[in-house]
Each structure stands twice: as structure tokens, then as C-alpha cells.
Design a protein around this ligand. Structure first.
Ligand SMILES: Nc1ncnc2c1ncn2[C@@H]1O[C@H](COP(=O)(O)OP(=O)(O)OP(=O)(O)O)[C@@H](O)[C@H]1O
Ligand SMILES: [Mg+2]
Length: 254
């Protein structure tokens, strides 16, 4: 039975999508079957995995409002064992549309539960908000990976996120666990980066992934070529870091 992992942090630009795309590709390369669920109207995870978002007409949006079964919206990527449930800018409207639906926080859970048998890992890329779609993602998830950018104020907003997790655990999803805090855009040359690593480690201890994602331009380049970095440049730092992260995640869950 597969594991659903949400990648969330309401802080923007911390590496949620980059981690989703590249962790997913690395897990697939390690023989795991993976589904990426794009829960962000920006649809960056979909486009970063090669989906032409102008052409898809069945997306997570149609699944959430009950118009389409997920299996009809899922598309294959060029990478073996890696599929995507794409997003669309329409997803912005879904927040409003589902506001009055019964069990409005559990719609994504209902969409994803039947897919758990088909995949080893289901990674949900969340938007930079704690709105209803993200609440749906955290309600559907078994665990959450929290990317933290190595910069000033790295931990700003984390207490709000932890509070949201607490509420979701008590009201909607008692089984939600923190899979780990992941430090991203780490630059070993900067003392600040080391200080932040130490600070996060002091706070969250064994909840911090040993793997750190270093700053690497290949990670941003690969996204503009709509490829995971593993395909774009397998020998790059970014590729090696994500492969290590995938191994650490598999190890943690075996
Ligand atoms: N380790 C890295 N090295 C270099 N660039 C990176 C790295 N991680 C992410 N980036 C770049 O930083 C930007 C933000 O990353 P990303 O889109 O993954 O963040 P996000 O948390 O998903 O953002 P949003 O909150 O908007 O969804 C992107 O342009 C991405 O290519
Ligand atoms: Mg993103």
C-alpha cells in the first residue's frame, strides 16, 4: 500500500515544487512507482514534469468536484513508473466551489485513497497557502515533508504551519505525521547556511532529513526544460542530492 506525502510550507519559493519533481523522479529511478499530485493552481509541478498544461482538459480540479475519476485525469511522464495528476489555474476557483460541499476537507482524500494500491509513493505538491486545497492535501496525507530554505527568517511561519498540522491532526487526520524537514538551497560557502542548518536541527532534531539540497543552477534550468534534473543532468549536484533524499526516504519507510 502506497504512502501519501504532502510537500507543504505556506512560505513561497522554498523548494516545494523542485523537491516534488526531483524526489519523484529519483524514487522512480529507484524502481518505485510514483504519482505526483499537483495541488497548486500555478501548475509548476505539472509543467516541470513535461505536461503541456494548455492541452490537458482533465485535471485535479475536475477530480475534486467529482466530475472525473482520477484514473482518467492521470497522465504518464517520459519517465518510467512516474505519473502526474496535473493541475490547472482553474484550481483557484475550486476553493470557492467546494466551500459548501459536505466533507469539503476530505475531497482529495477520497480521490487519492483508491490510488494507494497503484503506487508506492504519492507526492502532493502544495501551493504557498494554507487554504482549503492545502487542508485537503494534509487531510489526505500520511505524512508531510516541509522544505525550509536556508536563508534569513527560515523558520518564520513554521509555527503557523505546525499549528495547522496540529489542528488537522485533531480534527481531520489523526494519522498525519511529519516525515521530515528538508533544508533546501543550501550554500556551504555561506556561514549563514550552516547557522540555519544548526538552528533547524536544534529545534526539530531527528525530524530533519540528513540529506540537504544544495543550491544548484541545474535545478532551475531543468525546470525550464520541463525535465527532472536526473534527465537534464544526472551528474549534477542537484541530481545527486535528490537521489540521496530518495534513498533516505525509502530507508526511513522500509
Ligand atoms: N536547490 C536549488 N538550487 C537552485 N535553485 C533552486 C533550488 N531549489 C529551488 N530553486 C529555484 O527556486 C525557485 C523556487 O523554487 P520552487 O518553485 O521549487 O519553490 P516552491 O516552494 O514550490 O514555490 P511556490 O511557493 O511558488 O510554489 C524556482 O525558480 C526554482 O527553480
Ligand atoms: Mg511550488
Amino acid at each position: 500500500m502506497g504512502k501519501i506525502i504532502a510537500l507543504a510550507n505556506q512560505k513561497g519559493g522554498v523548494g516545494k515544487t523542485t523537491t516534488t519533481i526531483n524526489l519523484a523522479a529519483s524514487l522512480a529511478a529507484l524502481e518505485k512507482t510514483v504519482l505526483v499530485v499537483d495541488a497548486d493552481p500555478q501548475a509548476n509541478a505539472s509543467s516541470g514534469l513535461g505536461v503541456d498544461i494548455r492541452k490537458v482538459n482533465k485535471t485535479i480540479y475536475e477530480c475534486l468536484i467529482g466530475e472525473t475519476p482520477a484514473k482518467e485525469a492521470i497522465v504518464k511522464t517520459e519517465i518510467e513508473r512516474l505519473d502526474v495528476l496535473p493541475s490547472h489555474i482553474n484550481l483557484v476557483g475550486a476553493e470557492l466551489e467546494i466551500l459548501n460541499v459536505e466533507n469539503r476537507e476530505k475531497l482529495l482524500s477520497a480521490v487519492l485513497q483508491p490510488l494507494k494500491d497503484d503506487y508506492d509513493f504519492i507526492l502532493v505538491d502544495c501551493s504557498p497557502s494554507l487554504g482549503l486545497i492545502t487542508v485537503n492535501a494534509l487531510t489526505a496525507a500520511d505524512s508531510i515533508i516541509i522544505p525550509v530554505q536556508c536563508e534569513y527568517f527560515a523558520l518564520e511561519g513554521i509555527s503557523k504551519l505546525l499549528n495547522t498540522i496540529r489542528i488537522i491532526k485533531s480534527k481531520l487526520n489523526p494519522n498525519l505525521e511529519i516525515e521530515g524537514f528538508l533544508l533546501t538551497m543550501y550554500d556551504a560557502r555561506l556561514r549563514l547556511a550552516n547557522q540555519i542548518y544548526e538552528e533547524v536541527k536544534n529545534h526539530f532534531q531527528e525530524l530533519v532529513f540528513t540529506t540537504v539540497i544544495q543550491r544548484n543552477v541545474k535545478l532551475s534550468e531543468s525546470q525550464s526544460f520541463a525535465q527532472p534534473v536526473l534527465v537534464y543532468d544526472a551528474t549534477s549536484r542537484g541530481s545527486i542530492n535528490h537521489m540521496q533524499l530518495a534513498k533516505e526516504l525509502i530507508e526511513k519507510n522500509s
